[in-house]
Write a protein that binds this ligand. Sequence first.
Ligand SMILES: [Zn+2]
Length: 146
Amino acid sequence: MKRRVTDVEGEVRGEKVAVRMEATVCSRCGFVTLTDEQSATYERLSADAYREKKGLLTGGELKAARERMGMSQAAFAQYLCVGVASVKRWELGLVQDHAMDELIRVKTDVGRARRNVAELEARKDDKITVQSAVDKRSPRERVRLG
Ligand SMILES: [Zn+2]
């Protein structure tokens, strides 16, 4: 058994991912095993590989977003209405779901929040336009005239 840098392949949420990292490799057959420490590294790196593939914030990006807000993990958890364990796990390599990723972006990125407001305003305008185009006859007229 020898420690060396190799491609460790695995699956995250049914997606195949490979990460380059130090692992324990059998010098005879090449079989790869991971120590507890290497497993933790693998969890983090494979989750990030998956998140990059899916356009989700990586663990490092999540942590950076929290730190930009000047928040502890506990404060950030409260801000997002989740348990502190979730924030800790995301930063260590648990993949947040898409809806949560979206919420985190809207609540930590001013540019993203502004675009969200702009989208809402545009929708509101659309609705007003649609409403003003609606039949202006009274219900009685509509019945009479068909
Ligand atoms: Zn072997």
